[in-house]
Design a protein around this ligand. Structure first.
Ligand code: ADP
Ligand code: PEP
Ligand code: K
Ligand code: MG
Length: 594
């Protein structure tokens, strides 16, 4: 017995009337089972749909609406048996794509698909399988887990839920693990409180003592041992970039007494910075390793769980990224975990280009960044990082406070919508939700705002031909890379000039896919890869619609097969103009969908 999964596609090869329909794959590997006549007898049965294709050797494609069980033949000489030789039966389908993308392509046509990718931080408000599925349906491309919070068991459960979603529903949601980093932060609040109010004039104790049991009132634990020695009376203590402020009034050994000068809410594990004469103080804490010993354990956990990306907090230099990348290469079996540098400190800005060049992507982590540089500089730093990442062909995420008010309210402020629009106009690869999805009241609504604003703004930019045509630097370091780069740049240029409907890219490692995404062409890019892991990685990049598909070195047959498979599922229509490129055949093909 073999299980035919929902949406399985079978290529139907026997056009003869009343003949035994035989099924084959391009690989032609026979499977050791057959379909009983009564199971397939009538193609108009609700669970089988036959779409004629009449192209090359594929005459039709069968689509399963429901799962079906195929049994071993009772009599192998029975010529009425349907011979299934399609290896795709072992996968959910020949071409793997999730139902949301499929429906979007069917209903809206492929030109109107969303180009900006969406990252959701997973927290208590969205961690169940059903909640994660709702986010995937709402457009989540990447799920981020923040190792600052929660236990490893909790995170493991989230990772498994996302993986199940991908396996069972065809999604390619990537998992990004974000490290805690070793900057100074507060501990959990006493009694499991979600927040406490610091009132104006109140005196609080910030202590580095290991406080066991319930915390005394108005006491906060600080994770960095040198804290009590490094601060001075008169220093300003800023919580979470200004959510509350204190002035250091007295030092008592491990305890630091501080008076609240700006009342506000204290949240568990909020970041702390201390300022002296208008500058962030970087005493010994500047010497703390970027990756703490706890972070290394989390990284080992991430590697063993097979996360797709690891985001490193408070990166100061390219060295740490290099180190982590070689650590991962030595330990992970397929070595395909991308390292994302979080740009959130003064030090990261000093070494920006080196850091980005060494990483597999970057995040403009505006939360902590805004606590380390004057707030009015954050927008220009964001724009600079976004542009630099595009030049260096690294995906970039704009993060933090995009829809902060939606933690509590079902609609965003107009200013938040304007901020989101600006990031979309800058053509960042991805936008990220933090507290909005992790612990807010309206995770799905917040995601929906990002989705609908992205669609709207992208559409406007295309209509008004508003986007800048950024001259792209040459980045290739070998002749082969140079050829790939040239092909992608030209293909994107042609696509814009000819007004093609889509670019198809057959990309084994994802490199050609990302080079095309870097050009930010007017049309969407259908990226076909045989690797499920590459497919997830491509899901962080602007404009790419990643499909999993087995393909051969024969581009002619790859393309006609892709057309047949996509047409059979209504994802493309005859007559559309397509440009195809691949990393096997160094050429650009322009053709109409037959
Ligand atoms: N795994 C988790 N468990 C509990 N709470 C979480 C978790 N992840 C995120 N949160 C909550 O969501 C808020 C926003 O998430 P995030 O921006 O990632 O963290 P932070 O505010 O620490 O920078 C956190 O402050 C925390 O309250
Ligand atoms: C994304 C950020 O990092 P975290 O949420 O881990 O502090 C940030 O600081 O903006
Ligand atoms: K973090
Ligand atoms: Mg941060």
């Amino acid at each position: 017995m073999a299980q035919l999964m929902q949406n399985s596609l079978l290529a139907y090869k026997s056009p003869m009337k009343n003949a035994v329909p035989s099924f084959s794959s391009t690989t032609g590997v026979p499977l050791p089972f057959q379909l009983k006549p009564d199971k397939y007898n009538k193609f108009n049965r609700p669970n089988l749909r036959l779409t004629p294709v009449k192209k090359n050797k594929v005459y039709a494609v069968l689509e399963m609406d429901k799962s079906a069980v195929i049994s071993e033949p009772e009599n192998t000489t029975d010529t009425n048996n349907l011979i299934l030789t399609n290896n795709s039966l072992m996968h959910p389908s020949v071409i793997e794509v999730d139902s949301v993308t499929e429906l979007d392509l069917k209903e809206n046509g492929f030109r109107s698909t969303r180009r900006t990718k969406l990252v959701c931080t997973v927290g208590p408000a969205c961690c169940s399988f059903e909640q994660l599925e709702a986010l995937a349906m709402g457009g989540m491309n990447v799920a981020r887990i923040n190792m600052c919070h929660g236990t490893r068991d909790w995170h493991q459960n989230v990772i498994r839920n996302v993986r199940k979603l991908n396996q069972e529903k065809g999604y390619a949601v990537a998992i990004m693990m974000d490290t805690e980093g070793s900057e100074i932060h507060m501990g959990d609040l006493g009694g499991g409180a979600v927040s406490v109010k610091a009132e104006d004039g109140d005196v609080w104790t910030f202590s580095v003592r290991a406080l066991s049991g319930p915390l005394p009132p108005k006491t906060i634990h600080v994770n960095y041992e040198g804290f009590a020695e490094d601060v001075k009376v008169g220093d300003e203590l800023v919580v979470d970039g200004g959510m509350a402020r204190f002035e250091v009034i007295e030092k008592q050994g491990p305890d630091v007494k501080c008076q609240c000068t700006d009342p506000g809410l204290l949240l568990p594990r909020a970041n702390l910075t201390f300022w002296r004469q208008g500058k962030v103080v970087r005493e010994r804490n500047a010497m703390l390793p970027t990756i703490s010993s706890k972070d290394w354990l989390d990284i080992d956990f991430g590697i063993s769980e097979g996360v797709d990306f690891i985001a490193i907090s408070f990166v100061k230099s390219a060295e740490v990224i290099k180190h982590l990348k070689s650590y991962i290469a030595a330990r992970s079996c397929d070595g395909d975990i991308g390292v994302i540098a979080k740009i959130e400190s003064v030090d990261s800005l000093k070494n920006l280009e080196d850091i980005i060049r060494t990483s597999d992507g970057a995040m403009v982590a505006r939360g902590d960044l805004g606590a380390q540089i004057p707030l009015e500089q954050v927008p220009s730093v964001q724009q600079h990082v976004v542009q630099l990442c595009r030049q260096l062909n690294k995906p970039v995420i704009v993060a933090s406070q995009l829809l902060e008010s939606m933690i509590e309210y079902p609609i965003p402020t107009r200013a938040e919508v304007a901020d989101v629009s600006e990031a979309i106009k800058q053509r960042a690869d991805a936008l990220m939700l933090s507290g909005e999805s992790a612990m807010g009241q309206f995770p799905e609504k917040a995601l929906d705002v990002l989705r609908s604003v992205s669609l709207r703004i992208e559409h406007c930019c295309r209509e008004e031909k508003q986007h800048e045509s950024m001259p792209l630097r040459d980045i290739a370091s070998s002749l082969e890379d140079s050829i790939s780069e040239g092909i992608c740049n030209s293909a994107a240029q042609m696509a814009n000039k000819l007004g093609v409907d889509a670019i198809f890219v057959y990309t084994r490692q994802g490199h050609m896919g990302s080079l095309l995404s870097r050009c930010r062409p007017d049309c969407p890019i259908f990226a076909f890869t045989s690797s499920t892991s590459v497919r997830r990685h491509l899901n962080l990049q602007w404009g790419l619609i990643p499909f999993r598909l087995d393909f051969s070195d024969d581009m002619e047959s790859n393309i006609s097969r892709t057309f047949a498979l996509l047409k059979a599922r209504g994802m493309i229509k005859s007559g559309g103009l397509v440009i195809a490129v691949s990393d096997m055949l160094q050429s650009i093909q322009v053709m109409n969908v037959p």
